[in-house]
Each structure stands twice: as structure tokens, then as C-alpha cells.
Design a protein around this ligand. Structure first.
Ligand SMILES: Nc1ncnc2c1ncn2[C@@H]1O[C@H](COP(=O)(O)OP(=O)(O)OP(=O)(O)O)[C@@H](O)[C@H]1O
Length: 244
């Protein structure tokens, strides 16, 4: 079943054509990666999918519903995490999660907050104020918030960028488990090519606001005639290469 269908999205900021006709499909339980050099248009694309930025043209459908016409219904089944999103610093971690559980109108908010604290292994942080957290701890709390409503689509902008290798590995394992066990579709951006190779079923390579290649990590390496995704990335970023 298709969870996300974006068709021909475009967005210009002044003289900059940030996104120039991006189309994407993500299925149930699929982990999709959006890759590309700095400034390629990844975050702008994610923000259009989340209804945070209005596209100049193009359409977004989620769960078969048009985002522009069914915004509340669609977005209640989606969640998002990014390190640049703030959380209220004066609140304790558990208070933040309680507040989001109520915002999403969950039926048993307390139980869900307890479950999510266990899932993300953030029990020791529950009584700490958000402002006191390290960036890696903050990232884990952001992910807890992002999973709290059991989203059908989870959009993550560089989910493990602030995590140490051990925490990053655990979070990657957790996200893959969530996708496989619950059918949640994941769309992630990352500059960590090993992470993308390990996690993503399908990769969409963005350059200058367009998708220039799509496929599994192996397919992309074959298309570009190189050994791995890191080399694909370097070819695109340094030589502006497109697949053979
Ligand atoms: N609000 C804005 N106003 C003006 N220009 C913007 C705005 N947001 C993004 N841009 C520009 O649009 C282009 C795409 O930016 P975007 O943040 O989508 O890239 P990105 O692929 O997410 O990059 P990164 O990997 O660095 O996060 C860039 O040239 C950026 O400067």
C-alpha cells in the first residue's frame, strides 16, 4: 500500500529554485532515503511533505488522501524529527512527552509515554529538564516525541547526526524494527552513507532540486559504475555526475 505519493513538487525562494519537480513514492513499512549534497533541496522537500511550506506546484497524497484538502486527518498520522526543532526547555522530559501525547489525543497517554520512554531507553532522563540535555540526549527525546502517536509515516531529517556510534547504532536498529514490525513508513535524510546503506530499502538521490537517480544502494553504485554509495555521493557532489 502506498503511504506517500508526491508528484512534481517545486519550490522557489527568490532567485533559488530549491526544489525543481520532485516525485516520490513510499510504501507501507518501507524505509526510504533522501540523499544529496548540502543545499540540494532535501529539507525543503520534507517541509513541503509536512505542510510546513506550501509548494509552488505539485501535489502530496498520504494514505490516499490529498494533503492540501485533508490536512488535519493526514498530519495526525504523520510525525517528524529533526535536530533543529526545539522542545520546551523548562519542561521535564516526561512532561514534554505527556504534552505531545495529549496533543495527539491518544486514548491512554500515560501508558504510551511509559512505553515510549522504555523503547527509547530514556528512563534516566525522564525527570531532567530539556534544557539540561546533551545534543545526543535531546535527539533521543525528539525521536520519542516523533514515535509517540504511532505514526504511519515518520519523516526524519538527519536522525542520528548528534548520536555517538553506539547510540546511533541502537537508534538505527530501533527504527528498522519499528518499520518492519508496525509497518510505519520512514523517509529519512542523512549524510551518513553507511547508515543509508544499512537502513534504506530505496534511495532517492537529489541534486540541485531534482531526483537524479533512484534505487537500492547496490543499484545506485552499479548505475554510477562505482563500489558504494559514498563514491556515488562524491561523484555527484564533485563532478555533477548522472548515472551512465
Ligand atoms: N527559507 C528559505 N529562504 C531562502 N532560501 C532558502 C530557504 N530555505 C532553503 N533555501 C535555499 O534552498 C536551497 C535548498 O535548501 P535545503 O535546506 O532544502 O537543502 P538541503 O538539501 O536540506 O541541504 P543540507 O544538506 O545542507 O541540509 C538552498 O540553496 C537554500 O539556501
Amino acid at each position: 500500500m502506498l503511504i506517500l505519493e508526491a508528484e512534481d513538487l517545486a519550490k522557489r525562494f527568490g532567485n533559488v529554485q530549491a526544489v525543481d519537480g520532485i516525485s516520490l513514492r513510499v510504501g507501507q513499512g518501507e524505509i526510504a532515503g533522501l540523499l544529496g549534497p548540502n543545499g540540494a533541496g532535501k529539507s525543503t522537500t520534507l517541509h513541503m511533505l509536512l505542510g510546513l511550506i506550501t509548494p509552488d506546484s505539485g501535489t502530496v497524497r498520504m494514505f490516499g488522501l490529498d494533503l492540501a484538502r485533508h490536512r488535519t486527518e493526514v498530519l495526525s498520522q504523520v510525525n517528524f524529527s529533526a535536530s533543529y526543532l526545539g522542545l520546551p526547555g523548562v519542561l521535564h522530559v516526561r512532561e514534554v512527552l505527556d504534552a505531545f501525547a495529549r496533543l495527539y489525543g491518544l486514548r491512554r497517554p500515560r501508558e504510551r509515554v511509559g512505553e515510549i520512554i522504555d523503547l527509547l531507553e530514556i528512563g534516566p532522563l525522564a525527570r531532567r529538564k530539556v534544557i539540561e540535555l546533551s545534543s545526543g540526549q535531546h535527539t533521543r527525546v525528539q525521536l520519542a516525541k516523533a514515535l509517540i502517536n504511532e505514526p504511519r509515516l515518520l519523516i526524519l531529517d538527519e536522525p542520528t547526526a548528534a548520536l555517538d556510534p553506539d547510540a546511533g547504532d541502537r537508534i538505527r536498529g530501533l527504527l528498522v524494527r519499528v518499520a518492519r514490525e508496525t509497518g510505519t513508513a520512514l523517509l529519512i535524510t542523512s549524510h551518513n552513507m553507511r547508515e543509508v546503506e544499512r537502513m534504506c530499502d530505496r534511495i532517492h538521490f537529489v541534486s540541485a532540486g531534482r531526483i537524479i537517480a533512484q534505487g537500492t544502494a547496490t543499484e545506485l553504485a552499479d548505475d554510477f559504475g562505482v563500489d558504494d554509495l559514498e563514491e556515488v555521493f562524491l561523484k555527484v557532489a564533485r563532478e555533477g555526475a548522472v548515472p551512465a
